[in-house]
Design a protein around this ligand. Structure first.
Ligand code: ZN
Ligand code: ZN
Length: 303
């Protein structure tokens, strides 16, 4: 009430004080703020606009990575900006059947899903002449999941585990394989085999995996969407646009990019398969997701 008086003058508040106090007693604090804002706007719309403009100037968003690799978000959004974000997140954070994620985890996943959807589409402006995309750099030993292989690298991020590289490579094209002797382009969009190198070559070569182009060609992705209709995990039902094409026989192990070897999975279920140790099988046209026997160590993944 004191703050309202500061905003619009004590005389105006005094006139409606009794009615406002009644509202304050009847409503919870959150709703009462709305009543006060309406009141302020009725009495002095110009002042209300000035207040909103002042508040708008305080907006900011900070995104920083901590030593354990997790990104920390901190920020303030203006009412319209916050409502936009909240509406977008609410539309994609519906829990699936047997969803054991907390509300906060679902909201975090929703923000990543919305960002991924934008990156996978073509609506973002180019940066330095290129579509913005994730670039994963890894040795082919990392891509093959060989023991003793180094971690992979992701733009803007700390090193990521080999299994995360293998998941990301499931549905992103290897655009370049580089070695000390030069750079060899291996083409975009098709299923590529990298399994023909000798052991010494495996250590020397580094693969660059780019999410700008997907491993699975458009016609195959269409057939996959028509067959699976969305994430194949029971009770999930994420539509095809929100899924990755997972290779049942891992692409990193030489699995072919063919309809029979592919399954649509949403990001959460894709993570469960690769980093979480679940096994996804297809028997007589039906998919079976098999829980890992033992819990995967908590430090087995960073993404
Ligand atoms: Zn996969
Ligand atoms: Zn799913």
């Amino acid at each position: 009430m004191v703050r309202t008086a500061e905003h619009i003058g004590a005389a105006a508040v005094r006139k409606e004080e009794a009615a406002l106090l009644l509202e304050a007693q009847a409503k919870d604090p959150g709703k009462f703020v709305g009543v006060v804002k309406h009141f302020e706007h009725r009495v002095d719309a110009e002042q209300a606009l000035a207040q909103a403009n002042k508040a708008y100037e305080r907006r900011y968003l900070q995104l920083s990575q901590s030593n354990d690799g997790l990104f920390h978000l901190d920020g303030l959004l203006d009412p319209e900006g916050g409502a936009c974000l909240q509406t977008a997140l609410n539309s994609v954070m519906k829990p699936s059947k047997d969803d054991d994620r907390s509300w906060g985890q679902r909201r975090a996943d929703a923000l990543v899903d919305v960002s991924r959807r934008l990156l996978n589409g073509s609506k973002l402006p180019d940066v330095a002449g290129q579509r913005p995309h994730l670039v994963i750099t890894a040795t082919t030993a990392t891509l093959a999941g060989l023991p003793g292989a180094p971690a992979g690298e992701l733009n803007w991020s700390h090193p990521i585990p080999s299994e995360t590289v293998r998941r990301l490579a499931c549905d992103a094209a290897v655009t370049r394989i580089t070695s000390g002797k030069g750079t060899h382009r291996v083409g975009n969009g098709g299923g590529h085999s990298h399994g023909d190198g000798k052991a010494s070559d495996l250590e020397e070569l580094a693969a660059e995996i780019s999410h700008a182009s997907r491993t699975i060609p458009a016609h195959l992705r269409k057939a996959l969407a028509a067959r699976d209709h969305g994430c194949v995990f029971q009770g999930c039902g994420r539509p095809p646009e929100w899924t990755d094409g997972h290779h049942l026989w891992y692409w990193g192990d030489g699995g072919p990019t063919e309809l029979e070897n592919l399954a649509l999975v949403c990001r959460r279920h894709h993570i469960m398969v690769h980093e979480g140790g679940w096994r996804l099988e297809r028997n007589n046209g039906r998919f079976n997701a098999i829980r890992p026997e033992r819990k995967v160590a908590a430090n087995a993944r960073s993404a």
